[in-house]
Design a protein around this ligand. Structure first.
Ligand code: MIC
Ligand code: SF4
Length: 755
């Protein structure tokens, strides 16, 4: 039986009436996204015709998921909220803290010793407050959620940007910071700006070498890393219904890379098959009974232009396999053009390593299709030129592919199988020789390829492709190899072609697993004690941040003016720093160390206005803090793109940064800053970015009358005594202004829950 089946029954029982009420109120057919949004309004939220991209709306999500690297902060905050138990079904997944070094078993053992304190903390908090706990080795959060918890028409939030993966099962699943998760677990409403809607019609059917991944690689090329901001992407058409459920998951997963709030697909037979094969025929039967509400009204998909803000059409019959990269997931190149493009850009074309798996692409189907290529190596007398590595998404997938002989086939081409965890996808790859910083190319089926992300080497050129294409390129050892047209030389000196991949959507013999790695919480958790050692280097209980002083902010110093791409990986790096995710003061030592200083083009090297000398960003900021001087961080476009990690907002808050002023923000990061009581502002005139000078002292005027839709004024006093006055916009609503005044949202929740 499925987890939380009573909750799912309740959602479906209430859905028809809620959908009908919304349809009547709007007087028009509804998209699937609207049906799910309207049927999850919080009970205190009045039903009205919300403005897309305008209205802030309160929702009541069905569930919460957290992974170990973000759960620590989310749960440390939850512990302050004063509730005995979580208000909605919630789970914790241990996946981010496991390094990929030797192979699964050994690596897992190292992690469970190294991170014992953190795992024990997460297990005992889960036990106490009623959360399901998935042990290290159980799998990657999004795969485990898809296999166990996601359900069509549901709404969930998760403290990871790729929570959106569950859109593959027809959910609205949204990535948030830990403070948002804390609200929902505490029984409060969750607020989101009513999203815009992008409709993507998939014409034709996938065939040959083309995979679901290529759909999202193509979409990323069209929309870029910013194009989905504030929008839900809804896929439909023949290409959607003819694709597997896990393939849909891949597409939704990587929707995070276009900044989309989330992506989703209407309920169809592929989802029903997936639910049944993962032991949830009961959920499939319930979904079948309300199927008409789990997809858009027919008129919507017949005339999408009338109902979506933007419509994109992709023809799967002619879609080519793509490779996106390097250094950004939206630089899309069809494989047939790679020869030319790589030569023009000077990208190294020898593929050193091919990596498949991760939360994005580790379904049974993905692996079986990759296996069909690996088998051809022996059959055709080839040798695999690059190293090849696999990170299975869950123990259930791993166990099943081992049973079905796939791991044996992979081992024949020299593959290494890492633990069911994030590993190389998040810098937890102890790659031999990475410290030499050599220029080199890798290909992987993950979702992100920002600089240094996989192995810490800034000169690793990482390209994202489908598991099938990654496997073919690893066999060829060449980035420009086009398996559709090119041949390889075999051991007899003959020219051979790889046959197009084939595979099974789901295991013919069904999924199997011995120990899935789940631990249920105690019935009565009140006696469970959660201990945090005050001397711990990895965990630190939180102190509330101080409230706003009630005045304008005067004489803030510029900490850094970041140039160009500044993702959450630049603001709060992962890899070796993941171990401090539960210790705010220690992790603050990575504050903005990856950001490029506009004035000297260096990373982690900024001028201190106290000493006039250059030092690291954390040292400089700690000196300002000690001197009681507030500071400001200035950023470029889409600042905070990427992860949901709220550390990127809590670190500057903890160290005394008061304002982050940018040309634009990524959604989750902007909310995280607001939640932690920071001022997140944008230039009213983007050209004013150029007016910010290295020695500026900056006043923020207008805070005593801080109000929604009213810009603030910034006065920049330059070193030579001249000044510039500029306008800064913000998107704070009244509630969010209260967070700012209270010094952070948590200070308010604490009062609400106590009262
Ligand atoms: C990522 O893919 O960047 C991560 C690591 O999963 C993050 C979460 C984190 O920083 O802990 C994400 O995507 O939100
Ligand atoms: Fe883990 Fe990578 Fe997925 Fe993030 S994107 S959850 S790091 S596997």
């Amino acid at each position: 039986m499925a987890f939380d089946i009573e909750m799912i029954k309740k959602v479906y029982a209430e859905m028809p009436a809620k959908v009908e009420a919304a349809r009547k109120m709007l007087g028009r057919p509804l998209t699937l996204s609207e049906k799910i949004l309207f049927s999850h309004l919080h009970s205190d939220q009045k039903l009205e015709g919300f403005e897309r991209g305008g209205s802030y709306v309160d929702f009541a999500p069905d569930r919460v998921a957290m992974q170990d690297a973000t759960a620590q902060m989310a749960l440390l905050q939850f512990m302050q909220a004063g509730r005995p138990k979580v208000a909605v079904p919630s789970t914790v997944h241990c996946d981010h803290l496991i390094s990929a070094k030797v192979e699964a078993k050994q690596d897992l053992q190292v992690a469970t010793t190294e991170s014992k304190e953190v795992y024990d903390f997460l297990a005992s908090v889960s036990n106490k407050y009623g959360l399901g706990f998935w042990k290290p080795g159980a799998g990657i959060i999004h795969q485990v959620v898809l296999e166990n918890y996601a359900f069509p028409g549901g709404m969930m939030i998760g403290t990871d940007s790729h929570t959106v993966n569950a859109g593959g099962l027809g959910m609205l699943a949204i990535g948030v910071g830990g403070a948002d998760a804390c609200d929902v677990m505490a029984g409060l409403a969750w607020e989101l700006k009513w999203p815009k809607l992008i409709g993507i019609k998939l014409k034709g059917k996938l065939n040959g070498w083309t995979a679901p991944k290529d759909v999202i690689l193509k979409v990323a090329g069209i929309l870029t890393v910013k194009g989905g901001t504030g929008a839900i992407v809804e896929y439909f058409g023949e290409g959607a219904t003819s694709m597997s459920c896990t393939g849909k998951g891949t597409i939704c997963n990587m929707g995070a890379e276009i900044g989309a709030t989330t992506s989703t697909f209407g309920y169809d037979a592929s989802m029903s098959r997936y639910l049944s094969s993962t032991g949830r025929a009961d959920v499939a039967a319930l979904a079948d009974a309300v199927a008409e509400h789990l997809t858009a009204d027919a008129e919507v998909y017949a005339n999408p232009e009338k109902y979506f803000d933007q419509v994109i059409e992709i023809d799967l019959d002619t879609l080519e396999p793509h490779l996106n990269g390097p250094f950004t997931p939206d630089l899309a190149t069809p494989i047939s053009k790679m020869k030319e493009v790589a030569a023009a850009n000077g990208w190294p074309t020898k593929v050193e390593v091919g990596l498949i798996g991760s939360c994005t692409n580790s379904s049974y189907e993905d692996i079986s299709r990759a296996v069909s290529l690996a088998k051809q190596v022996a059959q055709k007398g080839l040798t695999t030129k690059a190293e090849y590595m696999i990170t299975p998404g869950s123990e259930q997938v791993r166990y099943t592919i081992e049973r079905d002989g796939f791991l044996d086939v992979f081992s024949q081409i020299g593959a290494k199988v890492f633990a069911n965890a994030c590993g190389p996808c998040i810098g937890m790859w102890e790659r031999v020789g990475a410290e030499k910083k050599e220029k080199n190319t890798i290909v992987h089926s993950f979702n992100r390829n920002f600089a240094k992300r996989a192995d810490g080497n800034p000169n690793t050129y990482a390209f994202v492709g489908s598991p099938e294409l990654v496997t073919a390129l690893a066999i060829a050892g060449d980035l420009t190899f086009n398996p559709l047209t090119d041949t390889l030389t075999n051991d007899k000196g003959e020219q051979v072609k790889l046959d197009a991949p084939t595979g099974d959507e789901l295991p013919v013999k069904g999924f199997a697993v011995e120990d899935a790695g789940y631990q249920a919480p105690a019935e009565d958790g009140s006696k469970v004690v959660v201990a945090v050692d005050p001397a711990s280097k990895r965990l630190q209980l939180l102190d509330p941040f101080t409230a706003w002083e009630g005045t304008d902010l005067k004489a803030l110093r510029l900490l850094i003016k970041a140039k160009g791409k500044c993702t959450t990986d630049h603001i709060s790096m992962a890899g070796p720093w993941l171990k401090f995710r539960g210790h705010l003061d220690n992790i603050s030592n990575n504050l903005l160390i990856g950001a490029v200083n506009f004035f000297n083009e260096k990373t982690d090297n900024v001028k201190s206005q106290i000493t006039g000398n250059y030092d690291t960003v954390p040292n400089t900021q700690r000196a300002y803090k000690a001197a009681g001087i507030g500071t400001i961080v200035v950023g470029d476009e889409n600042y905070g793109e990427g992860s949901s990690r709220e550390h990127a907002a809590m670190e500057p808050r903890h160290l005394g940064v008061r304002v982050v002023l940018t040309k634009s923000f990524a959604r989750i990061h902007e909310t995280n800053l607001k939640k932690q009581g920071m001022l997140a502002l944008t230039f009213a005139d983007k050209a004013d970015y150029d007016k910010i000078q290295e020695d500026d002292s900056i006043d923020v005027i207008g805070l005593t009358s801080f109000a929604p839709n009213t810009p603030l004024t910034l006065v920049l006093t330059h070193k030579d005594g001249t000044t510039d006055t500029i306008k800064a916009n913000h998107t704070y609503n009244q509630q969010q202004i209260e967070w700012f005044k209270a010094g952070g949202a948590l200070n308010i929740i604490r009062k609400q829950v106590a009262g």
